[in-house]
Write a protein that binds this ligand. Structure first.
Ligand SMILES: CC(=O)N[C@@H]1[C@@H](O)[C@H](O)[C@@H](COP(=O)(O)O)O[C@@H]1O
Length: 371
Protein backbone atom coordinates (compact mmCIF):
# COMPACT_ATOMS: atom_id res chain seq x y z
CA UNK A 1 0.00 0.00 0.00
CA UNK A 2 1.17 3.51 -0.78
CA UNK A 3 -0.14 6.57 1.05
CA UNK A 4 0.64 9.43 -1.31
CA UNK A 5 0.27 13.17 -1.73
CA UNK A 6 1.06 13.69 1.95
CA UNK A 7 2.98 16.13 4.10
CA UNK A 8 5.20 13.49 5.68
CA UNK A 9 6.89 13.99 9.06
CA UNK A 10 10.41 12.57 8.65
CA UNK A 11 13.41 13.29 10.91
CA UNK A 12 11.61 16.10 12.72
CA UNK A 13 10.56 17.95 9.55
CA UNK A 14 7.73 17.90 7.03
CA UNK A 15 8.34 17.00 3.42
CA UNK A 16 5.91 16.44 0.56
CA UNK A 17 5.97 12.74 -0.17
CA UNK A 18 4.55 9.24 -0.11
CA UNK A 19 5.06 6.28 2.19
CA UNK A 20 5.02 2.64 1.08
CA UNK A 21 3.95 -0.07 3.52
CA UNK A 22 4.22 -3.85 3.22
CA UNK A 23 3.47 -6.53 5.80
CA UNK A 24 2.97 -3.94 8.53
CA UNK A 25 6.34 -2.26 7.96
CA UNK A 26 7.38 0.95 6.22
CA UNK A 27 9.33 -0.11 3.13
CA UNK A 28 10.03 3.18 1.36
CA UNK A 29 9.59 6.94 1.50
CA UNK A 30 9.20 8.47 -1.93
CA UNK A 31 8.05 11.55 -3.81
CA UNK A 32 4.50 12.91 -3.57
CA UNK A 33 4.00 12.08 -7.25
CA UNK A 34 4.04 8.27 -6.70
CA UNK A 35 0.82 6.66 -7.80
CA UNK A 36 -0.89 5.76 -4.57
CA UNK A 37 -3.63 3.66 -3.01
CA UNK A 38 -4.55 6.31 -0.47
CA UNK A 39 -4.55 9.98 -1.47
CA UNK A 40 -3.74 11.98 1.68
CA UNK A 41 -4.85 15.17 -0.10
CA UNK A 42 -1.95 17.08 1.39
CA UNK A 43 -2.71 16.10 5.01
CA UNK A 44 -0.01 15.55 7.63
CA UNK A 45 1.25 11.95 7.69
CA UNK A 46 2.86 11.41 11.10
CA UNK A 47 3.94 8.48 13.29
CA UNK A 48 1.31 7.08 15.66
CA UNK A 49 1.59 8.64 19.10
CA UNK A 50 3.30 6.83 21.98
CA UNK A 51 1.94 7.45 25.50
CA UNK A 52 4.39 6.14 28.12
CA UNK A 53 2.28 7.22 31.09
CA UNK A 54 -1.44 6.44 31.13
CA UNK A 55 -3.39 4.73 33.89
CA UNK A 56 -6.70 4.43 32.14
CA UNK A 57 -9.78 5.92 30.48
CA UNK A 58 -13.43 5.02 29.78
CA UNK A 59 -13.92 3.95 33.40
CA UNK A 60 -11.15 1.34 33.06
CA UNK A 61 -7.76 1.35 34.82
CA UNK A 62 -4.75 -0.89 34.16
CA UNK A 63 -4.38 -1.40 37.91
CA UNK A 64 -7.78 -3.14 38.04
CA UNK A 65 -6.33 -6.30 36.48
CA UNK A 66 -9.59 -6.71 34.54
CA UNK A 67 -8.97 -8.49 31.22
CA UNK A 68 -12.17 -7.10 29.66
CA UNK A 69 -11.03 -3.53 30.37
CA UNK A 70 -7.93 -3.62 28.20
CA UNK A 71 -9.56 -3.84 24.75
CA UNK A 72 -11.74 -0.83 25.72
CA UNK A 73 -8.60 1.10 26.62
CA UNK A 74 -6.77 0.01 23.49
CA UNK A 75 -9.65 1.25 21.29
CA UNK A 76 -9.90 4.52 23.22
CA UNK A 77 -6.20 5.22 22.65
CA UNK A 78 -6.41 4.45 18.93
CA UNK A 79 -9.37 6.82 18.64
CA UNK A 80 -7.08 9.57 19.98
CA UNK A 81 -4.10 8.84 17.74
CA UNK A 82 -2.16 6.77 20.26
CA UNK A 83 -0.93 3.60 18.54
CA UNK A 84 1.33 2.40 21.39
CA UNK A 85 0.95 2.88 25.12
CA UNK A 86 2.63 1.78 28.32
CA UNK A 87 0.02 0.40 30.71
CA UNK A 88 0.80 2.40 33.84
CA UNK A 89 0.05 1.05 37.30
CA UNK A 90 -0.33 2.94 40.58
CA UNK A 91 1.21 2.52 44.05
CA UNK A 92 -0.51 -0.65 45.18
CA UNK A 93 0.35 -3.78 47.15
CA UNK A 94 2.17 -6.62 45.42
CA UNK A 95 -0.94 -8.80 45.67
CA UNK A 96 -2.87 -6.23 43.64
CA UNK A 97 -0.08 -5.43 41.18
CA UNK A 98 0.69 -9.08 40.37
CA UNK A 99 -2.71 -9.91 38.82
CA UNK A 100 -2.58 -6.57 36.96
CA UNK A 101 0.81 -7.70 35.53
CA UNK A 102 -0.74 -11.02 34.45
CA UNK A 103 -3.65 -9.27 32.75
CA UNK A 104 -1.36 -6.95 30.81
CA UNK A 105 0.91 -9.89 29.87
CA UNK A 106 -2.07 -11.79 28.45
CA UNK A 107 -3.59 -8.84 26.55
CA UNK A 108 -4.07 -9.39 22.84
CA UNK A 109 -4.61 -6.25 20.77
CA UNK A 110 -8.08 -6.05 19.20
CA UNK A 111 -7.88 -5.50 15.43
CA UNK A 112 -9.19 -1.94 15.87
CA UNK A 113 -7.06 -0.98 18.87
CA UNK A 114 -3.65 0.38 19.88
CA UNK A 115 -0.69 -1.76 20.95
CA UNK A 116 0.41 -2.27 24.50
CA UNK A 117 4.16 -1.61 24.24
CA UNK A 118 4.80 -2.59 27.84
CA UNK A 119 4.31 -1.43 31.39
CA UNK A 120 5.20 1.65 33.42
CA UNK A 121 5.36 0.91 37.14
CA UNK A 122 4.58 4.27 38.75
CA UNK A 123 5.31 3.14 42.23
CA UNK A 124 5.26 1.69 44.75
CA UNK A 125 8.85 2.97 45.21
CA UNK A 126 7.90 6.61 45.82
CA UNK A 127 8.32 9.26 48.50
CA UNK A 128 5.67 9.82 51.15
CA UNK A 129 6.14 13.59 51.06
CA UNK A 130 5.62 13.77 47.28
CA UNK A 131 3.12 10.93 46.92
CA UNK A 132 0.50 13.28 45.45
CA UNK A 133 -2.47 11.08 44.59
CA UNK A 134 -0.62 7.80 45.34
CA UNK A 135 -1.89 5.89 48.41
CA UNK A 136 0.46 6.31 51.41
CA UNK A 137 -0.27 2.85 52.87
CA UNK A 138 0.99 1.11 49.72
CA UNK A 139 4.36 2.89 49.43
CA UNK A 140 7.37 0.56 49.46
CA UNK A 141 11.11 1.17 49.80
CA UNK A 142 12.94 0.71 46.49
CA UNK A 143 13.28 -3.07 46.20
CA UNK A 144 14.88 -4.67 43.14
CA UNK A 145 13.54 -8.12 44.14
CA UNK A 146 9.97 -6.84 44.16
CA UNK A 147 10.64 -5.18 40.79
CA UNK A 148 11.94 -8.51 39.43
CA UNK A 149 8.89 -10.42 40.69
CA UNK A 150 6.53 -7.91 39.08
CA UNK A 151 8.50 -7.86 35.84
CA UNK A 152 8.48 -11.65 35.73
CA UNK A 153 4.71 -11.70 36.37
CA UNK A 154 4.32 -9.38 33.37
CA UNK A 155 6.35 -11.61 31.06
CA UNK A 156 9.24 -9.07 31.23
CA UNK A 157 7.12 -6.27 29.84
CA UNK A 158 8.13 -3.52 32.27
CA UNK A 159 9.74 -0.77 30.18
CA UNK A 160 9.70 2.07 32.70
CA UNK A 161 9.77 2.29 36.49
CA UNK A 162 9.47 5.45 38.57
CA UNK A 163 11.50 5.65 41.77
CA UNK A 164 12.29 8.24 44.46
CA UNK A 165 16.09 7.91 44.63
CA UNK A 166 16.43 9.52 48.08
CA UNK A 167 14.56 6.61 49.67
CA UNK A 168 16.68 3.95 51.40
CA UNK A 169 18.21 1.66 48.76
CA UNK A 170 17.24 4.03 45.93
CA UNK A 171 20.61 4.17 44.20
CA UNK A 172 21.19 0.40 44.48
CA UNK A 173 17.74 -0.10 42.97
CA UNK A 174 18.66 2.12 40.02
CA UNK A 175 21.96 0.27 39.47
CA UNK A 176 20.17 -3.09 39.51
CA UNK A 177 17.16 -2.16 37.40
CA UNK A 178 18.47 0.29 34.78
CA UNK A 179 20.03 -2.49 32.66
CA UNK A 180 16.53 -4.07 32.49
CA UNK A 181 14.38 -1.02 31.72
CA UNK A 182 14.34 2.76 31.79
CA UNK A 183 14.42 4.13 35.33
CA UNK A 184 12.72 7.43 35.97
CA UNK A 185 12.94 9.79 38.94
CA UNK A 186 9.59 10.94 40.24
CA UNK A 187 7.29 11.48 43.21
CA UNK A 188 10.48 12.54 44.93
CA UNK A 189 12.00 15.07 47.31
CA UNK A 190 15.50 14.45 45.87
CA UNK A 191 17.79 17.45 45.90
CA UNK A 192 20.12 18.24 43.00
CA UNK A 193 23.03 16.12 44.26
CA UNK A 194 20.85 13.08 44.95
CA UNK A 195 19.19 13.40 41.56
CA UNK A 196 22.61 13.72 39.85
CA UNK A 197 23.74 10.57 41.70
CA UNK A 198 20.58 8.80 40.48
CA UNK A 199 21.28 9.78 36.88
CA UNK A 200 24.92 8.70 37.26
CA UNK A 201 23.67 5.34 38.64
CA UNK A 202 21.64 4.69 35.47
CA UNK A 203 18.36 6.63 35.69
CA UNK A 204 17.61 8.49 32.46
CA UNK A 205 14.10 9.95 32.71
CA UNK A 206 11.94 12.16 34.94
CA UNK A 207 8.29 11.36 35.68
CA UNK A 208 5.86 14.24 35.07
CA UNK A 209 8.45 17.00 35.45
CA UNK A 210 7.34 19.75 37.87
CA UNK A 211 4.55 17.57 39.34
CA UNK A 212 5.45 15.53 42.40
CA UNK A 213 8.92 17.04 42.92
CA UNK A 214 10.52 20.19 44.37
CA UNK A 215 10.38 23.18 42.01
CA UNK A 216 13.42 24.62 40.23
CA UNK A 217 14.93 26.98 42.82
CA UNK A 218 17.96 29.05 41.87
CA UNK A 219 20.03 27.63 44.75
CA UNK A 220 18.19 24.26 44.93
CA UNK A 221 17.80 23.17 41.32
CA UNK A 222 16.57 19.70 42.36
CA UNK A 223 15.50 17.05 39.86
CA UNK A 224 14.71 19.62 37.18
CA UNK A 225 18.26 21.00 37.16
CA UNK A 226 19.76 17.51 37.42
CA UNK A 227 17.62 16.20 34.54
CA UNK A 228 18.81 19.13 32.43
CA UNK A 229 22.48 18.63 33.35
CA UNK A 230 22.30 14.86 32.80
CA UNK A 231 20.54 14.95 29.44
CA UNK A 232 17.59 12.98 30.81
CA UNK A 233 14.28 12.71 28.98
CA UNK A 234 11.43 14.38 30.85
CA UNK A 235 7.67 13.82 30.88
CA UNK A 236 5.26 16.72 30.81
CA UNK A 237 1.51 16.62 31.41
CA UNK A 238 0.15 19.13 28.92
CA UNK A 239 -3.56 19.09 29.79
CA UNK A 240 -3.44 22.81 30.61
CA UNK A 241 -4.25 22.09 34.29
CA UNK A 242 -1.05 20.53 35.63
CA UNK A 243 1.48 23.00 34.22
CA UNK A 244 1.13 26.64 33.26
CA UNK A 245 1.65 27.22 29.51
CA UNK A 246 4.65 29.43 30.32
CA UNK A 247 6.32 26.55 32.21
CA UNK A 248 5.62 24.31 29.19
CA UNK A 249 7.31 26.86 26.89
CA UNK A 250 10.24 27.07 29.32
CA UNK A 251 10.59 23.28 29.50
CA UNK A 252 10.45 23.12 25.72
CA UNK A 253 13.34 25.58 25.40
CA UNK A 254 15.33 23.75 28.09
CA UNK A 255 14.73 20.15 27.08
CA UNK A 256 14.09 20.30 23.30
CA UNK A 257 14.05 16.78 21.84
CA UNK A 258 14.15 15.27 25.35
CA UNK A 259 10.62 16.42 26.04
CA UNK A 260 8.03 13.62 26.28
CA UNK A 261 4.37 14.62 26.42
CA UNK A 262 2.31 12.18 28.49
CA UNK A 263 -1.37 12.05 29.33
CA UNK A 264 -1.20 10.59 32.87
CA UNK A 265 -4.85 9.87 32.11
CA UNK A 266 -7.14 8.16 34.59
CA UNK A 267 -10.31 6.12 34.25
CA UNK A 268 -12.32 9.37 34.14
CA UNK A 269 -10.80 10.27 30.74
CA UNK A 270 -13.51 10.09 28.09
CA UNK A 271 -16.17 10.04 30.84
CA UNK A 272 -18.55 12.62 32.31
CA UNK A 273 -17.72 14.58 35.49
CA UNK A 274 -18.38 12.68 38.71
CA UNK A 275 -16.81 10.46 41.38
CA UNK A 276 -14.22 7.84 40.35
CA UNK A 277 -11.45 5.75 41.91
CA UNK A 278 -7.67 5.88 41.51
CA UNK A 279 -5.21 3.48 43.13
CA UNK A 280 -7.68 2.58 45.88
CA UNK A 281 -8.63 6.20 46.66
CA UNK A 282 -11.77 8.17 45.81
CA UNK A 283 -11.30 10.96 43.30
CA UNK A 284 -13.65 13.47 41.78
CA UNK A 285 -13.73 15.04 38.33
CA UNK A 286 -15.20 18.53 37.88
CA UNK A 287 -14.98 20.29 34.53
CA UNK A 288 -12.45 17.68 33.44
CA UNK A 289 -10.18 18.32 36.45
CA UNK A 290 -9.53 15.25 38.63
CA UNK A 291 -8.59 15.67 42.30
CA UNK A 292 -8.43 13.43 45.35
CA UNK A 293 -11.92 13.68 46.81
CA UNK A 294 -12.31 16.57 49.23
CA UNK A 295 -8.85 18.02 48.46
CA UNK A 296 -7.13 20.21 45.86
CA UNK A 297 -4.54 17.49 45.12
CA UNK A 298 -4.48 16.90 41.38
CA UNK A 299 -4.86 13.20 40.59
CA UNK A 300 -3.74 12.77 36.98
CA UNK A 301 -5.57 13.97 33.90
CA UNK A 302 -8.65 13.35 31.82
CA UNK A 303 -6.72 14.25 28.66
CA UNK A 304 -5.02 12.36 25.83
CA UNK A 305 -2.04 12.96 23.56
CA UNK A 306 -4.09 14.31 20.65
CA UNK A 307 -5.74 16.98 22.82
CA UNK A 308 -2.38 17.78 24.41
CA UNK A 309 -0.72 18.15 20.99
CA UNK A 310 -3.43 20.66 20.10
CA UNK A 311 -2.91 22.40 23.48
CA UNK A 312 0.84 22.84 23.19
CA UNK A 313 0.63 24.11 19.62
CA UNK A 314 -1.92 26.66 20.88
CA UNK A 315 0.56 27.52 23.68
CA UNK A 316 3.20 28.38 21.06
CA UNK A 317 5.27 25.20 20.69
CA UNK A 318 6.18 24.59 17.02
CA UNK A 319 4.17 21.69 15.55
CA UNK A 320 7.32 19.76 14.62
CA UNK A 321 8.62 19.89 18.21
CA UNK A 322 5.22 18.97 19.64
CA UNK A 323 5.04 15.97 17.29
CA UNK A 324 8.53 14.85 18.31
CA UNK A 325 7.37 14.96 21.94
CA UNK A 326 4.47 12.55 21.26
CA UNK A 327 6.31 10.19 18.88
CA UNK A 328 10.09 9.69 18.67
CA UNK A 329 10.96 11.20 22.07
CA UNK A 330 8.73 8.83 24.10
CA UNK A 331 9.80 5.86 21.93
CA UNK A 332 13.47 6.68 22.61
CA UNK A 333 12.88 7.25 26.30
CA UNK A 334 11.67 3.67 26.72
CA UNK A 335 14.16 2.12 24.24
CA UNK A 336 11.56 1.32 21.59
CA UNK A 337 12.76 3.73 18.91
CA UNK A 338 14.10 0.83 16.81
CA UNK A 339 10.48 -0.16 16.13
CA UNK A 340 8.08 2.72 16.66
CA UNK A 341 7.87 6.51 16.96
CA UNK A 342 9.15 7.57 13.53
CA UNK A 343 8.51 7.29 9.82
CA UNK A 344 11.55 5.45 8.50
CA UNK A 345 12.22 2.34 6.46
CA UNK A 346 11.84 -0.86 8.53
CA UNK A 347 9.83 0.83 11.31
CA UNK A 348 6.33 -0.43 12.11
CA UNK A 349 3.72 1.20 9.91
CA UNK A 350 1.88 2.88 12.82
CA UNK A 351 0.74 6.07 11.12
CA UNK A 352 -1.77 8.88 11.45
CA UNK A 353 -3.25 11.24 8.92
CA UNK A 354 -3.97 14.57 10.60
CA UNK A 355 -6.07 17.39 9.19
CA UNK A 356 -4.58 20.90 9.03
CA UNK A 357 -6.42 21.76 12.29
CA UNK A 358 -4.72 18.73 13.94
CA UNK A 359 -7.87 16.67 14.20
CA UNK A 360 -7.57 12.99 13.35
CA UNK A 361 -8.42 11.79 9.84
CA UNK A 362 -7.10 8.20 9.83
CA UNK A 363 -5.15 5.76 12.01
CA UNK A 364 -3.03 2.84 10.77
CA UNK A 365 -1.62 0.17 13.07
CA UNK A 366 0.86 -2.28 11.56
CA UNK A 367 -0.15 -0.97 8.16
CA UNK A 368 -3.89 -1.67 8.61
CA UNK A 369 -6.28 1.25 8.64
CA UNK A 370 -8.31 0.95 11.84
CA UNK A 371 -9.93 4.41 11.88
C1 LIG B 1 -1.29 9.58 39.02
C2 LIG B 1 -0.44 10.59 39.71
O1 LIG B 1 0.29 10.27 40.63
N1 LIG B 1 -0.52 11.83 39.26
C3 LIG B 1 0.14 13.00 39.81
C4 LIG B 1 -0.48 13.37 41.14
O2 LIG B 1 -0.16 12.38 42.10
C5 LIG B 1 0.01 14.74 41.64
O3 LIG B 1 -0.71 15.10 42.79
C6 LIG B 1 -0.22 15.78 40.54
C7 LIG B 1 0.19 17.21 40.89
O4 LIG B 1 1.45 17.29 41.44
P1 LIG B 1 1.95 18.72 42.02
O5 LIG B 1 0.93 19.12 43.03
O6 LIG B 1 3.28 18.41 42.60
O7 LIG B 1 2.00 19.65 40.86
O8 LIG B 1 0.47 15.36 39.38
C8 LIG B 1 -0.05 14.14 38.83
O9 LIG B 1 -1.42 14.28 38.58
Amino acid sequence: MIIGNANVFVDGKFQKGSVAVENGVITAIGPASWSCDVDAEGRYLVPGFVDVHTHGAMNEDFSDGKPEGLPTLSRYFAAHGVTSFLATTMTLKEEVLTPAMHTIRDFVRPADGAKCAGIHLEGPFLSYAKRGAQAAENLHKPDADLFRRLNEASGNQVRLVTVAPEEEGGLDFIRAVSPVCTVSIGHTTADYDTAMAAYAAGASHATHLFNGMPPLHHREPGVIGAAFDSGATVELICDGLHIHPSAIRTAHRLFGEKLVIISDSLRCAGMPDGPYELGGQPIEMKNGKATLQGTDTLAGSSSNLLAELQNVVAFGIPLEDALTAVTSAPAKAVRLDGEIGSIAVDKRADLLLLNPDLTLHAVYVDGEQII
